[in-house]
Design a protein around this ligand. Structure first.
Ligand SMILES: *Cc1c(COP(=O)(O)O)cnc(C)c1O
Length: 464
């Protein structure tokens, strides 16, 4: 991999192209997850003109290591030549055709390939656009399955505390982050909320497995009371990412699968963030040796190049929707760009890389390097909860280590950290005061070292 010396790239530019683009952007765009006024005042909006592997390059030529994989989507680098070529070829052949009444080989091959690599029993693929639409589909399919089986009293979902499943109204309904949810609460349905198996909630002397066992007992109580009215339990396997990179033991998922079978409710695994090698296995569910009834995929599906999501499900679910046209039991949910050929081509190129290269082995080496470099931070007086699952590592900035007391939110320590890292050419956008690392799989060990070095400086600055 060719890497410029980025200290050279940080020379003050003679012409500030960034400023010009920034101004035009602020006049016309409205950005996601953003208090726009901050960009007009204290926060620099960064115009990116090019991607190069793990690096993003702004209009002034400054390079940034994408330490969070552009919201956890990028796997094999920006402007990956193989994926780019697949997209270009497909765009020159067939851009799009509606996926009702028509089909095409890219979607056929992709569905076949997803079924081949997914946990056993997931034999049907339904394509959509964003992650949130995949969650909507899984919720609706589960509900509709029970409806078609005459169980019309099943209208509820069981979700975990601290969950995040996206921001359309259905997905937001089963999410538990007040920051995103609270204001819309009057528009949302109420899930039954089960405690999170987050291992940071361990009582003194408890292991991650103990926490899992305790939370499974809570889940059993909930199912005992609510299974008759519940369609499904929805979880983010192994890591609740948006909820602050909170992690749990695989044993929780294994136990949850057993409980869902025992109480006859579906299990929806939202692997939108953790799928495709992020946690050390291709899918997080593999570490618990389970198959969900619905598997939601997006983000890394196209290597982070195009919006696409998929819901995989079982033959038993599929069969429940077959019948006479007049019976009106088909799944009529539709998105215009469902099965888009260009997105399929990007996904196929991404999956080809998994087939042909030792991606998971390499990720394990990178994860070990990251762990080794972060280990000394365990002793840091303002860091608590250092944790890692595969290529996701996180830590919390705290005012007091012993009691894990957070800094007052208004102090925005995480933002200080973010700004320091940016200045040093690292994109490490924390979740509040949770600093995390989630780099693309093509970073080098040197990139990881540089990222951690900058992070340590940034942390010291943020907690000072
Ligand atoms: C990002 C994410 C979603 C939503 O995906 P979008 O493409 O942003 O709509 C849903 N679930 C999880 C676990 C996610 O991380």
């Amino acid at each position: 991999m060719i890497r410029d010396d980025h200290s050279k790239m940080n020379r003050p530019p003679t012409l500030d192209v960034n400023a010009t683009l920034r101004e035009r952007d602020l006049a016309a765009n409205w950005h996601p997850c953003t208090q726009m006024r901050e960009h007009a005042t204290r926060l620099p909006m960064i115009p990116i003109v090019r991607g190069d592997g793990a690096w993003l390059i702004d209009a002034n030529g400054k390079r940034y290591l994408d330490g969070v994989s552009s919201w956890w989507s990028n796997l094999f680098g920006h402007a990956n030549p193989r994926i780019a070529a697949a997209i270009a070829d497909q765009a020159a052949t067939l851009n799009h055709v509606m996926f009702a009444g028509f089909t095409h080989e890219p979607a056929i091959r992709l569905a076949e390939e997803l079924v081949r690599i997914a946990p056993a029993g997931l034999v049907r693929t339904f394509f959509a656009g964003d992650g949130a639409s995949a969650v909507e589909i899984a919720l609706k399919m589960s509900f509709h399955y029970w409806h078609n089986h005459g169980q019309r009293q099943r209208t509820r979902f069981i979700a975990l505390a601290n969950a995040y499943h996206g921001e359309t109204l259905g997905a937001l309904s089963v999410s538990d982050l007040p920051l995103y949810r609270a204001v819309y609460a009057p528009l949302l349905f109420e899930p039954i909320v089960a405690p999170s198996p987050d291992w940071l909630d361990a009582e003194p002397g408890e292991s991650a497995d103990d926490v899992a066992a305790r939370r499974l007992r809570d889940m059993r109580d909930i199912l005992e009371r609510h299974a008759h009215e519940a369609c499904a339990v929805i979880v983010e396997p192994l890591v609740q990412c948006s909820g602050g990179m909170r992690m749990h033991a695989p044993a929780y998922l294994t136990g949850l699968r057993t409980l869902c079978d025992e109480y006859q409710v579906h299990l929806i695994a939202d692997e939108i963030a953790v799928g495709f090698g992020r946690t050390g296995s291709l899918f997080a569910c593999e570490q618990a040796a389970i198959s969900p009834d619905f598997l939601c995929l997006s983000k890394g599906l196209t290597g982070g190049t195009l919006a696409m999501s998929a819901v995989l499900t079982t033959d038993s679910v599929y069969q429940a929707f077959l019948g006479d046209y007049a019976a009106n039991n088909a799944f009529l949910h539709s998105h215009t760009f469902s099965g888009n050929p260009i997105a399929c081509a990007a996904a196929l190129a991404t999956l080809a890389i998994f087939r042909e290269q030792p991606v998971l082995e390499n990720n394990r080496l990178l994860a070990a390097r990251l762990a080794q470099r972060l280990a000394p931070l365990r002793e840091h007086p303002h860091i608590a909860g250092l944790r890692q699952t595969g290529l996701i590592a996180a830590l919390d900035l705290v005012a007091d280590k012993q009691s894990r007391t957070p800094f007052p939110a208004a102090q925005r320590r995480g933002l200080r950290f973010y700004l320091h890292a940016l200045e040093r050419g690292m994109v490490l956008r924390p979740l509040g005061d949770t600093v995390y690392f989630m780099p693309p799989y093509i970073v080098t060990s040197e990139d990881i070292d540089a990222m951690v070095d900058v992070a340590i400086q940034g942390i010291d600055k943020a907690v000072a």
